[in-house]
Design a protein around this ligand. Structure first.
Ligand code: SF4
Ligand code: SF4
Ligand code: FES
Length: 369
């Protein structure tokens, strides 16, 4: 049986002492889970290690931790998979055969530690989930019998419904690291679950609320960490983008955070230039260079522009002008998409459509004869 070395971060805020690392070696099969290893260490060596777990089947969402720098479910991560991850500090796993591979296990990020590997989900995760009114507000009148929802609408919300509230996405959300008040990936995915449900009476109100909130849907920086972290394929960032599309394209909510105008400036920029011309983006987000609203923003962006010029990342030519112009192909693509009467939402989780059966090959026909 191969050996694995687990470095477990220990911390008890009530002890008054700082955090430290405990190291234990376990003999377990590579396809046993990190949780199996932690529970074995608890049984055999140190019962005081704090870890939260229940189902051991990737269902309850309680065993979220960071393993070699990446968040995930300890019960759903094989030892060999965790050991193969390069630690975010740049530490690489030892070469096979030289010594036991090391798996560093830490509590999830962006949440206060209660003890060892247990974080305070109430203080962050559940508080944010409650923020988005996580229940259906029925349209009236409610039918006497069942409320029938079109199949495509249910398929549309299946992806956020798969969430098990493990908070792995919250753990590594970069926007939340900078702005702890950001509503965050798990709660916003939950918000889409109700925004996308045709039985809900408050789609517009929910979207206006999350658009106007400075820590709402426009606070996400598209870092993709929540997509990588999620063990259930919920793709929280995609749910946030869908909230933005419904808010902007269907309800035309022009929020005070300038998120709506920023997105439109982006589209205009690409349509015109083919590639992004950053120096136009800021002004266009505030109505164009000559709009009085843009002046304070342009002035506040001056130090960045000066730094860029000083470091050679920008030149006066590309700051003021732009050599690129969109090719006719780009314009044709825009025209084609914008002329469509309905928007095609891509739910990459479940298509709701069976794959077409493969046509029989000559080899199949020969095998049958
Ligand atoms: S994509 Fe957005 S929500 Fe997801 S982790 Fe990054 S900043 Fe957070
Ligand atoms: S979206 Fe994914 S990572 Fe985030 S809480 Fe839900 S299941 Fe966990
Ligand atoms: S113990 Fe339930 S998800 Fe891991």
């Amino acid at each position: 049986m191969p050996e694995y070395t687990l470095r477990i971060r220990r911390y008890d805020p009530q002890s008054g002492e700082g955090a430290h690392w405990d190291t234990h070696t376990v003999d377990l099969s590579p396809v046993q889970s990190v949780l199996d290893a932690i529970l074995k260490i608890k049984d055999d060596a140190d019962g005081s290690i704090g870890i939260r777990c229940s189902c051991q089947q990737a269902i309850c969402g309680s065993c979220g931790v960071r393993m070699n720098g990446k968040p995930g479910l300890a019960c759903n991560t094989h030892l060999d998979e965790a050991a193969a991850r390069v630690h975010s500090t740049g530490e690489t796993p030892p070469v096979e055969g030289q010594q036991a591979p090391v798996i560093t296990v830490e509590p999830m990020g962006n949440m206060p530690v209660i003890r060892d590997l247990i974080v305070d989900m109430d203080a962050v995760h559940w508080k944010k989930i409650r923020r988005v009114t996580p229940w259906l507000i029925n349209k009236q009148p409610v039918p006497e019998r069942e409320y029938i929802v079109p199949h495509e609408n249910m398929v549309d919300v299946t992806q956020p419904m798969a969430c098990i509230q493990c908070s792995a996405c919250v753990s590594d959300c970069l926007a939340m690291e900078v702005d702890p008040l950001f509503v965050g990936p798990a709660a916003l995915a939950k918000a889409y679950r109700f925004v996308g449900d045709p039985r809900d009476a408050q789609q517009a109100e929910r979207l206006r609320d999350l658009s106007e909130d400075p820590h709402g849907i426009y606070d996400c920086t598209h870092c993709f960490n929540c997509i990588d972290a999620c063990p259930k394929g919920v793709d929280p960032m995609n749910q946030i983008m869908r909230l933005r599309r419904v808010a902007g394209s269907d309800h035309h909510i022009e929020d005070r955070n300038n998120g709506y105008r920023h997105e439109h400036a982006f589209v205009k920029n690409i349509r015109k230039n083919g590639i992004l011309h950053e120096s136009d983006l800021l002004a266009d987000s505030y109505g164009g260079k000559f709009n009085p609203a843009a002046v304070p923003e342009l002035v506040s962006g001056l130090p960045t522009a000066i730094k860029g010029l000083a470091r050679g990342k920008m030149t006066p030519k590309n700051l003021l002008g732009h050599p690129h112009k969109a090719s006719p192909e780009v314009k044709r693509l825009f025209d084609k998409i914008e002329s469509k009467p309905t928007r095609n939402e891509l739910n990459l989780y479940v298509s709701g459509v069976e794959d077409e059966p493969e046509p029989p090959t000559t080899a199949d026909a020969e095998a049958r004869s």
